[in-house]
Design a protein around this ligand. Sequence first.
Ligand code: ADP
Ligand code: MG
Length: 489
Amino acid sequence: FAREDLEPFRKNFYRQSEELTSMSESEAQELRMALGNIKIKGSGCPLPVARWSQLGLTSDVMNFIMRDLKYELPTPIQAQAIPAIMSGRDVIGISKTGSGKTISYLLPLLRQIKAQRPLSADETGPLGLILAPTRELAQQIYEEVLLFTKGDEAINAVCCTGGSELKQQINSLKRGAEVVVATPGRFIDLLTLNMGRLLTTKRITFVVLDEADRLFDLGFEPQITQIMGTVRRDKQCVLFSATFPNKLKNFAMRVLNSPISITINSQNLVNENVTQRFQIFASDDEKYQALVRILDERMKNEAKLDPSSGVEEQTDDKAIIFVSSQQICDFLGRKLENEGHIIQSIHAGKPYQQRINNLQKFKTMRNSILLCTEVLSRGLNVPEVSLVIIYNAAKTFAQYVHTTGRTARGTHSGDAITLLLNNEISSAFILRKALREQELLLHDSSSVQELQRMSEKFEMGIKSGKYKVSQGFGGKGLDSLDLKRKSKE
Ligand code: ADP
Ligand code: MG
C-alpha cells in the first residue's frame, strides 16, 4: 500500500501503575525471579505487574477476569507480556503450555483495535489477525476471543480454518470482522478470493503468531512471510510459543521489529543437588533449641566417625549458619560456644584479620561450623560444606538462592534447612515456591500444611496490595546479584 493510504494508529496504551514507579531495579529483579524467573532480552521492557489492577484495564475487563473467570492473579507471562505489548512493543513470549499465553496477547490486541476507527460499510477488515497452526487451536483461540468480546457490538470475530464450511466463513467475513483467527493457508485463500475484495490486510495493525514453534514445524513459514509482506510495516506483531528453537529465532528476528523477548523459565533456581528442608517455630527460643539439636546431632555423628573408632576414612562435613545481622551473629556465637560448640564467625563488623583467620580455620578444620551474615558469604566457595542452616529465613528469592547455594558445590550434594518463625509469611512464600514435591514429602504433613497456610496468607496480601513480593528487601545490598555467574561458579 502507498504510505499515504495508511491511517496513523495508536500502539501505546500503557501507563505504569503508581505502585510500581517506586520499585527499584533490584526489586524488579526480585519480582521477576518470584514470577517464575522471568528473563528479558531487548531494551525498554516495562516492569512486570503483581496484580491485575496494575495493568490499567477497564473495569469491565477487570470484573470479567476476576469475578467471572476467577483468575485471581496474572500468570508470569501475563504479568510481564501484557505491560510490554500494551506499551506498543513487538514481543516474543516464551512460556510453557497452559501458562496463559492467550490472554497475554488478547487483552492488548483488543485494546489496540478498539481504539481505531471502526470498519466502514465497505471495509471487511480485519484489524487484528491471529495465526495458529491447526484448526483446533484456531477454534480454541476463537472461543476465547468470543469470551472477551461477547456483548461488545464493536468487535466481530471470525474463525477461518480449512476443513470447515467456506461459504459460512465468507458470509461472516462479508459482515465485517475486526478480529480474524486463522490458519495461514486458509487466510491466504481468503485473501485471494474474489480478486481480493473479500478480505484485505490493509487495515491490519496487530498480528499474533501463536504456537509459533508448531507453525514453523508444520512448514507455514512461506505463507506467514507472504502474509506479513502485505501488512503495513509499522504494525504491531507478537509471537508466542512454548519453545524457541534457533530456526524460529531467525524467523522471529526477520518478522518482528526490535522485539522484547520474554522467557518464563519456571525451572527451579535452587541447585538440584541441594535438599531443601524447613522447620516452623512459634518463638525464637524454640528456634534456638532446634539449632542446638541440629548441631548436637552433628557432633554425635562426628564422634561415631572418629578415626580412633576404627573408621578409616576421615570425613569433612562443614556447616554454615546464616543469620541476618551482626548482632545476632555475635549473640548466637557466644551462646553456642557456651554450650560447647566450636564456631568460627565472620561478619563485616569484625576486624579484617580476624575475619581472615576465622575463615581459614573454617576451611582447614574438619567438620567445622561457620556462623556468618548472609552479606559476607557472597562468593564463598568451600566445597566441603554439606549443611546450610538458614537461621533467619530469607526475605528474597535472590538471598535464598544464594544462601542455599553455599552447599552442594560442584558435584557434591548438601542440605539446606530453614528455621522459620510462624509469622515470617513472606519467607514461607519463597520456600513454598522453591521446595520441590519430593522435598515436601520429607516433611510431616502438618508442617507442610502450615507452610502452605503461611504462604497463602502472603499471597492474599499480594492480591490486596498489602504486601509486595520483595518486601523486606530494602538495604540488604543484594542489588546486583549475578545469578548467571553463580551458576558457573
Ligand atoms: P497457553 O496458551 O500458554 O497454553 P492458555 O492461554 O490456553 O495457555 O491458558 C491455559 C488455561 O489457563 C486456560 O484454561 C485459561 O483459561 C487459564 N488461565 C489463563 N490465565 C489464567 C490466570 N491468570 N489464572 C488462572 N487461570 C488462567
Ligand atoms: Mg496457547
